[in-house]
Design a protein around this ligand. Structure first.
Ligand SMILES: Nc1nc2c(ncn2[C@@H]2O[C@H](COP(=O)(O)OP(=O)(O)O[C@H]3O[C@H](CO)[C@@H](O)[C@H](O)[C@@H]3O)[C@@H](O)[C@H]2O)c(=O)[nH]1
Length: 405
């Protein structure tokens, strides 16, 4: 086997009925295109795939309207020189259902094997290492799963949990187990041999009879555990899920910090006005930053944003067409597009302590990052702290720990 035989990759993006925990940020932009480190979430997947140098085509599979992806696909094809297509499921077919439905497209051109990546992960994507171990070390793998160890055993139950042997073969796989199985979890990135579709054919027939959803993890991977065909590649660098808006702020930080070392062209080192930049930061070239502003660390600022005199921004994502007026301060927050923050206003949150915890406890909102959903006006001098604000609001007073509908 040689690595040249790899030709394809699939990114599973789901559709509008999924990713509800990501609201209000997914109202205008589909979650897979939400900007993290200044680029759409799945840009980072495609960038990593392009660095392998052998991927001929990336198929984005989901049940969003195809038009939503057109301009992203055009610009990513130009940048990376890889064919990229969006394939739409007529309805949610499940994580294996979409793959199986489009198997002819995936296999077209004699595809030997293909990556499958969940869209909603932030990851250092050690794809070359994963591919090398799949090819070199293993006897007869049908699939290799990218895995990582979570330190906090209490959170392992939110993922696919794996038990492996000394040959890195998966002996047990349980998707989101009710009781503790293992700290080794699936990162939602897989490498399949093309023969997987023969296996899927039989399972699919049974599923159709029962009219059940067809899931990659439960229906395909779990039965492969203990058969010697399912392997694991354990990664060392950063990985996380992006389920909540808070996790997109951590994802922003992880990509910016990593690009500062691996890809310095993707971060901004200085701006013409001479504003103080505390790296890592990404600022869109069309944004205007006053020379007395102080930006960073871990900030991304979108197109046409205007950042005024004396503004302070740290640990935040500022989307396009946002205006931050004189001496306003934004910390641990996401400011949605077309928002205006008045002079001396403060928008601040609390870094997410534990991802996926409930929004409220006993009816009281738990402190978290602040999210201004978009098209919001924050009047001068008000303080918005630990709040989630839905779009199209005028905030004339200060609010703490509230969800403003
Ligand atoms: N095309 C398509 N995509 C889908 C569908 N359903 C979900 N997806 C996409 O498939 C990915 C997995 O989503 P979920 O099914 O919601 O699973 P999860 O809770 O994120 O858990 C998965 O990822 C974890 C790592 O982040 C894994 O640990 C876990 O085992 C599993 O693979 C996401 O990118 C989601 O958008 C579908 O019907 N069709």
């Amino acid at each position: 086997m040689t690595s040249e035989q790899i030709t394809k990759a699939v990114i599973l993006v789901g559709g509008p009925s999924r990713g509800t925990r990501f609201r209000p940020l997914s109202f205008k932009t589909p979650k897979p295109l939400f900007p993290v480190a200044g680029r759409p979430m799945i840009y980072h997947h495609i960038k990593a795939l392009s660095q392998l140098g052998i991927i001929k085509e990336v198929l984005i599979i989901g049940f969003y309207e195809p038009e939503l992806f057109n301009s992203f696909i055009d610009s990513a094809q130009n940048e990376f020189g890889i064919g990229i297509r969006y394939l739409r499921e007529y309805q949610s077919l499940g994580t294996a259902g979409g793959l199986y439905h489009f198997r002819d497209q995936i296999l077209r051109g004699s595809t030997e094997r293909f990556f499958v990546m969940n869209a909603d992960v932030v990851c250092s994507f050690p794809l070359q290492e994963m591919l090398d171990s799949h090819i070199r070390n293993y006897e007869k793998p049908k699939c290799t799963i990218l895995a990582t160890t979570v330190e906090d055993s209490d959170s392992a139950h939110r993922f696919g949990c794996l038990v492996k042997n000394e040959k890195n073969q998966v002996m047990h796989y349980v998707e989101k187990p009710e009781s503790f199985l293992s700290n080794l979890i699936s990162c939602g990135v897989f490498l399949f041999e093309n023969t997987i579709f023969q296996q899927m054919k039989n399972i699919k027939a049974m599923k159709e009879e029962k009219e059940e959803a067809f899931g990659l993890e439960i229906d395909v991977l779990r039965p492969m555990a203990g058969t010697g065909q399912l392997y694991v590649y354990e990664m060392e660098h950063f990985w996380n899920q992006i389920k909540t808006p808070g996790s997109s702020v951590s994802a922003n930080r992880m990509y910016l910090q990593s690009y500062m070392i691996t890809c310095p062209d993707l971060v901004t080192k200085h701006v013409e006005s001479g504003a103080e930049i505390i790296s890592p930061v990404y600022i869109h070239p069309s944004a205007s930053i006053h020379g007395t502003a102080k930006i960073g660390p871990n900030v991304s600022i979108g197109a046409n944003a205007v950042v005024g005199r004396g503004v302070r921004v740290a640990e935040s994502i500022i989307l396009e067409n946002v205006t931050l007026k004189e001496n306003s301060c934004i910390l641990n927050s996401i400011v949605g597009m077309d928002t205006n923050v008045g002079e001396w206003a403060r928008v601040e949150g609390t870094p997410e302590p534990a991802p996926n915890r409930p929004l409220t406890t006993n009816g009281i909102k738990v402190p978290s990052i602040t999210i201004l959903g978009g098209d919001i006006s924050v009047e001068p001098e008000v303080i918005i702290r630990n709040c989630i604000v839905l779009p199209h609001k005028e905030l004339r007073n200060s609010y703490h720990n509230e969800i403003l509908l």
